[in-house]
Design a protein around this ligand. Sequence first.
Ligand SMILES: Nc1ncnc2c1ncn2[C@@H]1O[C@H](COP(=O)(O)OP(=O)(O)OP(=O)(O)O)[C@@H](O)[C@H]1O
Ligand SMILES: [Mg+2]
Length: 1008
Amino acid sequence: MPVKPDGAGQEADRRQVTVLFADLSGFTSLAERLDPEEVRAFQNALFETLAQTITRYDGFVEKFVGDAVLAVFGAPVAHEDDPARACDAALDMLERGAALSEKWAARLGRPVTLHVGIHTGPVVAGNLGGAAGAAYAVTGDTVNTAARLLAAAAPGTILVSEATQVLARYRFAFEPAGELALRGKTELVIVHRLLGALAEPGSARGLAALGLAGPLVGRADELDQLMAAFDRMQRGRAQVVSLVGEAGTGKSRLIAEFFTRLEADGRLAGTAVRRAVCSSLGEPTYGVFGALFREAYQVDPADSLDVARGKLAAGLRALGGRDQEAEAIAPVLSYVLGLEGETHPDVEPEQLQRQIVLAGRALVERRLEQQPLLILVEDLHWADAASVDLMRHVVDQLADRPLMLLLSHRPDARPPLAARAAQSVIRLAPLSADDTRALVAGLFGAPVGDALGKLKDFVATRAGGNPFFVEELLRSLVSKGVLVRQGDRWACTAACEAVDVPPTLHGLLLSRVDRLPADARRLLQEAAVLGAVFDEALLRSVATGAGAAEAALEQLIAADLIQPLGQWREGGRYRFTHALVHEVVYQNLLVSRRTELHERVGRALERAAGPHPERLSDLEALGHHWSLSADKPRGARYLLAAGDWARAVYANDDAIRHYERALRTLAGCQAGEAETWGARERLADLLGLTGRRAEALARYEAVRAEIESAGDRAGAARLHRKIGGLHWEAGDRERAGACFASGLELLGDDGNPIERAHLFQEMGRLAFRAGDNAAAIGWAERALAEAASEEHREAAAMRAQAYNTLGVALARTGRLAEAVDQIEQSIRLAEARDLLQAACRGYTNLGVLYSSLDPRRSIETCLRGLETAKKVGDLGFQSRLYANLAVAYCALTDRCEAEGVEAAQAAIDLDRRLGLLDHLAVPLIVLGQIHQCHGEHTQAFAMYEEALGLAEQVGEPQLLFPCYDGLATLYLDTGNPAMAEAYLAKAQEVCERAGVEPDALMVLPFLC
Ligand SMILES: Nc1ncnc2c1ncn2[C@@H]1O[C@H](COP(=O)(O)OP(=O)(O)OP(=O)(O)O)[C@@H](O)[C@H]1O
Ligand SMILES: [Mg+2]
């Protein structure tokens, strides 16, 4: 049962409304000239007229001031078409104002004229003032803007802001009226003059204005059912068919497609069709029947009763009827058409109703004698009860005739219940996610870039299978510039999440909430704070009226606003039927109330989870609610804990999300700097790990600068080291070396030993890559000596790396067995302490060492490494391991072609995508070798040439040598001994410079 709040007792909330200001031009001068009593009498008459007009469109008279009225459409109850209602009301006001002016002209001495300003926007609505004098009022800048529009409107005109015009232009004609500056604002309001209602109103639905038209998706069955009912009707069985579905599920669209199909099949030719669409303002008694009658006999709304009678008689005659029939019907015509006519004081209401039913039946019957008749009534939920009753009578009395009554309505309406005619109900379920995706794809065709997939997912989740919501979300994305047209295609310029509830849907969604009884509405709001999916027990523990929760939940389910999750409501979990409903309800709450409710939820969750929550979901929920409460730092702490939790299990994307949110929360409450450094560094670690190097670098640099100026030497040195690592990955070793050196300099001799050891280790690794094995061994040994006695994890991490560095340098100097020992030790230590990134490096190198000794073992090692790297989410090591795997596969010739090429290509793709220039040469060389081996010379040349370009930039012997060597043999293969000679010489030169035998580089390529 819909409840209609009068505003009193309703809690204040935030909502989008359309504000209308109207007043008399020149009232002040009038008041000066006239006697105050006259003025007052006129004012009374005027206010009554204005109030009546506003009420007619279900607006709210907020107040009268002087000669002005402030009306609100959309509060305390929202409608789906509030902006249009305001426009209708304004036009009506001008008309009635003119009539009033004429009536009063003699007493006032001159005509008076109204002018109006209208604007749509957000307000806070609710009772203002103390309990006794409290009055429902709206507050916000939207009201001021409407007042400015009023001030700018010339007498007899209606000025409308663009915000309103955009929402009402499907029904009204406007002309541009320039721009308006607002006090204290820089941006201008674009203004339109409302001219009148469009003779042929367009549809508020569809994206035709954007040049987009989508195909019908997912309603094949329903269409077939309609066709079948049509067939039955033609065979002489009257049919009542109801299409039932929430607003926007596609009732009208399905009907349109039904008619298109009938037309295409040529089956409509012999059938008469009558249509009526009910108005959202509600229909007067017999309004629907009247509309059908007007259409059938071409009676104009402006026609007098006599003209209408004439048309009726002529029409019936044309159908072969006798004049007596028209005469029998004539007396009730004024009722049906809602015209003033002769009254029948002696006719009882029941008698009158019988007469009208008889008339209706006679008219329909006459038509049916000529041809089958299809009567369509759209939006029956707004129909008048008398018409619905009439339709039922007629169809039941003509149950064996070719008559079809096709009705569309929302679930809260009652269709006529036929007793004799066949009746069927077609319920339009939400579109499936796949159909929704197909709808988006159908609208946009092939957009630029690969944005379509994300767009489809975004729309599918938010629209909940409602095609109207789909369209409005897309419209919003276009108007916000997220979706833009590029030539004859569309592109997505930003992430879709940045879009709020579309303004076109606000009223529609909120109207469903406003219809609820106060208790249910409050509970729904409280549930919205919990989230789109919520727990009944938790809701009860925070709800204001927990006792009434049971009944209220029932009401919410009945209103299709929420649904139990799972069968039989086990688990006591529910979800909002639509993501958009959830958002609207949440946004409807005052911020102060949201804040307070989030705190209540936070406390309830803390009670449930205990003092040390350990589950990720608890940490996330606590972080979410507290960060939206007044105690934001508390929220940030939970979010950081959630980030750490996710990071520990290598759920990197989740960890990044939590850290980012924690940082936003901290920024919002001006927390101490020191608190945020750790979070920023951890976030940067993850960004670097997942290939977002530039972002990682920027964050590290920012934190380093702050930490360094705060005097934390060890912290700053650590950041220098991490920054150096990133530069190195990008191929800039010089800069990497400089960073490590800066770190060491900062630490001095007495700084944190572990950090110093870390830096020694990095120096050693760098020396190794530059070909200086002796120095590498020296640095690694110093690192190990520095932290020999340290047992904690950070020291273990350093040692695992140092063993590795030592191992690879030993390998290069021919001490292979020792090398394997060191690297195996590194892996053991890393695995024991869950240092999986260090373990990845160990596997990578071990795979290389085995590749010539024992290819199968090498493959095994690489695969283990890959598994680890994938678990950690480390893309850099994944690429290295793929490259090594390719080498190992190639050692086993039977697997080279397929698996070898594939692995090498995977590494190349990763390196290119992540900009890992330091490594890209490696898989290029590997693939070059594979091509060469298979006699594919052109491809081999291309690989080597690209690799050589990269290798020469870094000058690393283990990269340069295989390029020169490969090119030399390739030239030899292709009959160019001179070039082969030249490259051979270069290869030798590299070996000499590095002080190693060519064999050392041949046998052990690419250690890291
Ligand atoms: N199955 C569908 N495939 C593609 N587009 C659809 C489909 N159903 C509806 N639409 C589009 O979605 C929008 C809303 O549909 P429609 O106006 O038919 O809804 P409705 O159920 O009649 O709503 P209301 O109750 O408000 O009248 C329209 O623009 C329509 O073209
Ligand atoms: Mg419709």
